[in-house]
Ligand binder design. Structure first.
Ligand SMILES: [Fe+2]
Length: 480
């Protein structure tokens, strides 16, 4: 695409600049070797606008593109493909952008939407396929995990009646997927369950006091946790066609605890101090308590921007955040909430061993947020939730990373002793050299730096969420 007329827009330049090409390539090893006990696919979603953006383009507006590296028997293959959404197809057919982004007032609905459903935010694996998902709630797009070809919109075996937010949760032991949806219309939120075969088995209204902007949810073995946080939709701005949030800390935070297969009558609310939560590390059950560990933002709408900054500089600066590792305990007997800070380091985009999501875990992982004026990941942090200790590694000067999910070793068979036996993977950008690599870390020896570096033959733009798909879960096994 031609970016010359948008030279001043930082989201179309440097490490953010979209790529025009979709390629498949065997990766060359720069250092180390591809671990033989790493079998599966690392895949990351992110924005990559295809048509020339209309109006002031924001990073969140771009069409979803998946970048994946498939590991098989010591070989690594990279491929990247756009998520072939209805909006992308429409713009391809017409030849120009049909929506403006979140920095512009809404002029009209196209395909029934004020903004394009880009499926650019999250990617998860369920029922044999990847799901590409959007943070504003959209269609869940099924994508072939090996070819990255978009297959279809998932209708959950004909039962789906709502859009789906980013951050569905898959129980690796049962294969069930829990999801939520939020909107500006009462009841403002829904919660649903899809079984391992892909059929939606329940959908509950979760009644909120007004329109909110939740971003994530949590699961435990028997419960799901939904969030009513005091970051609200600015309804006055909405009447003027503007999409804005407003922080109302006086409302406090509330968490809905609902049995996984429960009813509306079984929803219980727990109060907590006001905050915002982008992402949960994990949650689990301990005696009569639910424990949730997440990154907590104490002041979610503080304007970090300097008043003298240009509009584009402010757009970048407003992405900066400070998120601390935090624990909430919801006591199902007393109805009380207790909460505490676990780690003050600024970090986000967490993961845990995906086999143990919703079950007690000792370890969590996140990428640390550097001191730059915007949201750039400068390293990886491993939390030991038992001892309170941590390991930290920095990518290095001029290098920033991506969400770095945990990938279990194929030799890890006993969760009690093997929970952290595996790897952390991250696409890293070397901005001065305009190049990208995939770095692999031994999760048990994070501080040693990457055990393997692979050269990516094209730049991978900065992006959002990533996941690890184990080869054993793929519908077609990788050729040996
Ligand atoms: Fe997210």
């Amino acid at each position: 695409m031609n970016t010359q007329s948008h030279e001043a827009n930082p989201y179309l330049l440097g490490s953010y600049a979209p790529t025009d090409s979709e390629i498949t390539a065997q990766l060359q090893v720069i250092s180390g070797q591809v671990p033989l006990d790493l079998a599966g696919i690392y895949v990351r979603n992110g924005p990559n606008p295809q048509a020339q953006p209309a109006g002031r383009h924001h990073w969140f507006d771009g069409d979803g593109m998946l970048h994946a590296v498939e590991f098989n028997n010591g070989c690594a293959t990279y491929r990247n493909r756009w998520v072939n959404t209805a909006g992308l197809q429409l713009e391809q057919n017409i030849g120009q952008a049909q929506w403006q982004g979140i920095r512009e007032p809404v002029r009209q609905l196209t395909l029934g939407r004020p903004y394009k459903d880009t499926a650019n935010t999250d990617v998860k694996f369920h029922n044999g396929a990847l799901l590409a998902l959007w943070y504003q709630c959209g269609e869940p797009y099924r994508v072939d995990p090996l070819s990255l070809q978009t297959l279809a919109v998932d209708d959950f075996a004909g039962k789906r009646s709502t859009p789906v937010s980013a951050h569905v949760k898959v129980d690796g032991k049962t294969g069930e997927m829990m999801f939520f949806e939020y909107s500006v219309r009462p009841p403002y939120m829904h919660y649903g369950v899809v079984n391992a075969a892909g059929e939606q088995t329940s959908l509950l209204p979760i009644e909120l006091p007004g329109p909110r902007l939740p971003h994530d949810m949590a699961i435990t073995e028997h419960y799901s946790i939904l969030m009513d946080l005091p970051v609200c939709v600015d309804t006055e701005a909405l009447k003027r066609g503007r999409w804005r949030s407003v922080y109302q800390p006086e409302l406090g935070s509330r968490f809905a605890v609902v049995p996984r297969h429960g009813t509306v009558e079984q929803v219980r609310w727990f109060s907590a101090s006001p905050c915002y939560i982008y992402h949960v590390v994990n949650a689990w059950e301990e005696a009569d308590e639910l424990v949730m560990v997440a990154h907590r933002v104490a002041n979610p709408v503080a304007n970090h921007a300097e008043s003298s900054a240009s509009e584009f500089e402010r757009m970048l600066q407003n992405l900066q955040m400070h998120a601390e590792l935090w624990e909430w305990r919801f006591n199902l007997t007393t109805g009380a909430t207790t909460e505490r800070c676990l780690d003050v380091a600024n970090a986000e985009f967490p993961s845990t061993n995906p086999r143990e999501l919703g079950y007690p875990t000792r370890y969590g992982y996140a990428v640390t947020i550097g001191a730059s004026q915007t949201l750039l990941f400068d390293g990886i942090r491993k939390y030991d939730l038992l001892t309170g200790e941590h390991q930290q590694v920095l990518f290095g000067q001029g290098i920033c990373g991506s969400e770095s999910p945990f990938a279990p070793s194929t030799a890890a068979t006993d969760a009690a002793v093997d929970e952290d036996r595996g790897y952390l993977l991250s696409f890293v950008q070397d901005e001065p050299n305009n190049s990208s690599e995939l770095w692999i870390y031994d999760a048990r020896n994070l501080s040693a730096g990457p055990c393997t570096r692979l050269a990516i033959p094209q730049r991978v733009p900065l992006g959002f969420h990533a996941c690890w798909v184990e080869a054993k879960d793929l519908p077609v096994q990788l050729p040996a």
